[in-house]
Design a protein around this ligand. Sequence first.
Ligand code: BGC
Ligand code: NOJ
Length: 803
Amino acid sequence: MKYGFFDDKAKEYVITQPDTPLPWINYLGKDGFFSLISNTCGGYSFYRDAKLRRITRFRYNNVPADDGGRCFYICDGDTVWSPAYLPARTPLDGYRCRHGLGYSVFEGKKNGVAAALTVMVPSCVDMEVQKLTLKNETDVEKTLTVYAAEEWCLWNAVDDSTNFQRNWNIGEVEVENGTIYHKTEYRERRNHYAFYSVNCPVQGFDTDRDTFLGQFRGWREPIAVEKRTSFGSIAAGWAPIAAFRIEITLAAGEQKSILFRLGYAENPTDKKFSSPGVINKEKAKEMLAAFSTEAQFDAAMAELAAYWEGLLSRFSVKSSEEKLDRMVNVWNQYQCMVTFNMSRSASYYESGTGRGMGFRDSCQDLLGFVHLIPEKARERIIDIASIQFADGSTYHQYQPLTKRGNADIGSGFNDDPLWLVACTCAYIRETGDFTILDHPTPFNNEEGTEVPLLEHLRRSVRFNTEHKGPHGLPLIGRADWNDCLNLNCFSMTPGESFQTCSNFESGKAESVFIAGMYVKYAGEYADLLDRIGLADEAKEVREEVLKTEKAVLDYGWDGEWFRRAYDAFERPIGSKENAEGKIFIEPQGMCVMAGIGGKEYGKKALASTEKYLGDEFGIELLAPCYSEYHDYLGEISSYPPGYKENGSVFCHNNPWITLAYCEVGDGNGAFDLYKRNAPAYIEDKSEVHRTEPYCYSQTIAGRAAKTYGEAKNAWLTGTAAWSFVAVSQGILGIRPDYDGLRVTPCLPDKMDGCHITRLFRGTRYDIVVKRGNDKGLTVNGAPIQGDLIPLTDTATCEVVVTI
Ligand code: BGC
Ligand code: NOJ
């Protein structure tokens, strides 16, 4: 069953009923001001950091779900309704939510009034702008009372939801001509404030939540709205809000628009106040002036559309597969932007208060983003590398606002360092910008410790070279990519974090997965060294790669597939010797991508993967699932069978298998797997899958689960980046390389060809892939040997690949 449809031309997903199985959300903003917005207009905003600069309040785990957020009420006679259905919950005569690229539109109809509410965050302005257009479709005049309300968060989202003995005393606002300013803590150490403003005269306002809502009431039925009044309340502590009341009269057939602006501004310390205690509002006023007319709003919408048009034109495909095209051309790349911006910080499942930017997460996110805005990718690589320690190990996460490593979780995830190599090489292959390797980059953000970025890569590789276990495989540390395979943890204390508990440092537990990564990425590092004239070091690294490869062949191969790890007692994990967890997905993906054991092992590993782990929605993480908790395995065995790391389809590493299929030249296998969990392909199973059909989720419950097929944790997952790599570089086969673009399509038999446009190093490549006997590549009509299109300085380049 579907709850909407893709409008490919408008690049929108159109939701046609408000009661989607879960809130289906969108992300607005690209630089500083970000908003999450659901299909019923819920969600919240923050500036840069969802924990430290939360602008509006959001109640996770709320009942009913997704209540609050942007609250609009239209009072028409006795009826009160909301254009996006919530919060009023009055049945509508018409409802549509159109989630587009960086904006969402809510079209609600009731009793002859049509409302269109467009919400967007303009480029380079720290503001969410909401345009509400009301049209009287009847033939009599109507007078409507409109309310718009937002609830402020007291900045630090953790304190905001915990420290009430203080919170209920500190809330402060200022009100001035249709603008409500939120200035909690501004009088002391904060230099920032927020505001909510309307571009037409208001008939009333409230800033104290409990006054506006009234006792025993929620956002569905505020007393102010019921009484069609406002109390002019001024918040003093408790819960400050911004609520406006606007009377609007519409002649028959008439339409009018109102702009609401939710903004954030910072002042220098010496310019904080215009008079004692009063905010210097110059910045806000400038921002508001730039968005005070409909024409300004429309221009910002056009700019946003052009921005996305430009970005998405960097890679696009036209094929016989409509669903493939919409994933590649719009939604997968859009999600790559969102994961780049958010890492794993803020979604409807990631509270924004815990993890900030993940080291391994952000490095992998870059793989699907680097072609979109290389300059931002460069800056991110430096930020990430700056939380690394001098020995090559690294903090696992950092806060986006401070860019400082997060000491609560610390380090010890031994796969982390190699991901830095992966994304830096990907960046250079995309851009040809070797100068990034010279960029002075500190360790642990300490001034004076700067070394060229190359040195960070060197230490990353060295870290794994120097931390090996009894079988010559890399030590796993706290965990590798699989955060839940905690082989040195041995926790029996309820509530103890598996991520940080490490009470049995065996110095023995090893990871075959990291070994695979080492072969792949230390190998890439060696190639990079050769290119910058460090042949001796390259040779040494290659020797280490060979040693590691041999260790995998000797101890990591189980006969039919790759093993996963060795535990603290040197026992294999992910082996036929185990009663449960006999086979895991990760080493099959990584070791085959790394080419370990060649195509012969690759094909065997893939056959076993499909046989034991394959389901309708993809490849499950392991089988059989752990049916009981084992302290020597950790969190992985804490999940009920079929969920999360214990045997769901953990979407992130499915594309590794797709790429592995490509590695062994199996286009049918690659595409078959790609389709099983690509959101657009499973749109019509939305009632089972439940999360948004336009973005990947982290997991889809596996066969052993009670809710097989149900997805969880939408949006912030490395699946976005890896799926884009799998489809663009694997299946479609367009691979950026140092000396040019490689073209190696690996299409399924059912596809006769396709047409790809790729902007690469300033040249627009127009690539036609077709089937034929005369196999090979022609560039601007001339045949060339091999699969590499050499770099050119022409603006366009015509390529034909016959497969
Ligand atoms: C989850 C993992 C996640 C980890 C991060 C665990 O509970 O299962 O998917 O990576 O938390 O802290
Ligand atoms: C989600 C985490 O963000 C990621 O870092 C990890 O690799 C996966 N879970 C698997 O545990």
